[in-house]
Design a protein around this ligand. Structure first.
Ligand code: NI
Length: 169
C-alpha cells in the first residue's frame, strides 16, 4: 500500500473526465488499497481517483465514526434521487481548509461494482448521500467550489495558489 499525492485545486487535472473501468483486476484492487490508505491518512471521508491523478471511475468512501467501514464504488451511476434537496457544508481534500454550502439531493440510490467486481445498489441518505454526490462530481471533473459564486471561487483560487507557493518555499 502506498500513500498517493492528492492534487490540489486549481490543478487543471482535477477537471479531467474519468473513463469507465473495464475490468476489476489486480491493478484496480491495488489502486483501491492505495486510495483507502491515502484517504485514511488524510482524515478524509471520501476520495475519487481523479484526485490522485487516475482518470477512471473509482471512488472510496468511509463516513463511519470508527473509520472501519470502507465503501468502494466502481463505475457508479445514480439510479434514483430524492425530490428533496438540502444545503450542506462541504470540504474537500483537494481544497484544504475551505468549507462552504452546496445544495445536494437528500437521498440517492447508486449502482456500482464493489472491489470484487459485484454489481450492487446502495441506498444512501444523510452524510453518505452527500459524500457520494461530491465524489461522483470529481469523476466528471467537477470540484465543489464550482457551485459557489465566481467571486468566492476566485478568492479560493487565489488563496490556494498562495498556499501552494508558500508550501514550496
Ligand atoms: Ni472532494
Amino acid at each position: 500500500m502506498a500513500i498517493l499525492p492528492i492534487l490540489c485545486y486549481p490543478d487543471p487535472r482535477l477537471h479531467k473526465v474519468a473513463g469507465p473501468i473495464l475490468a476489476v483486476d489486480d491493478r484496480i484492487r491495488a489502486l483501491v488499497a492505495d486510495m483507502l490508505a491515502t484517504m485514511y491518512d488524510a482524515h478524509g471521508i471520501g476520495l475519487a481517483a481523479t484526485q490522485v491523478d487516475v482518470h477512471e471511475r473509482l471512488v472510496v468512501i468511509d463516513v463511519s465514526e470508527e473509520r472501519d467501514q470502507p465503501l468502494v464504488l466502481i463505475n457508479p451511476e445514480l439510479v434514483w434521487t430524492s425530490a428533496e434537496t438540502h444545503m450542506n457544508e462541504e470540504g474537500c481534500l483537494s481544497v484544504p481548509g475551505i468549507y462552504d454550502g452546496v445544495e445536494r439531493f437528500d437521498a440517492v440510490h447508486v449502482r456500482a461494482l464493489d472491489a470484487q467486481g459485484e454489481s450492487r445498489v446502495i441506498e444512501a441518505d444523510g452524510l453518505l448521500a452527500v459524500c457520494i454526490q461530491h465524489e461522483m462530481d470529481h469523476l466528471m471533473g467537477k470540484v465543489f467550489v464550482e457551485y459557489l459564486s465566481p467571486l468566492k471561487r476566485n478568492r479560493i483560487k487565489t488563496k490556494m495558489i498562495k498556499q501552494q507557493r508558500e508550501a514550496r518555499e
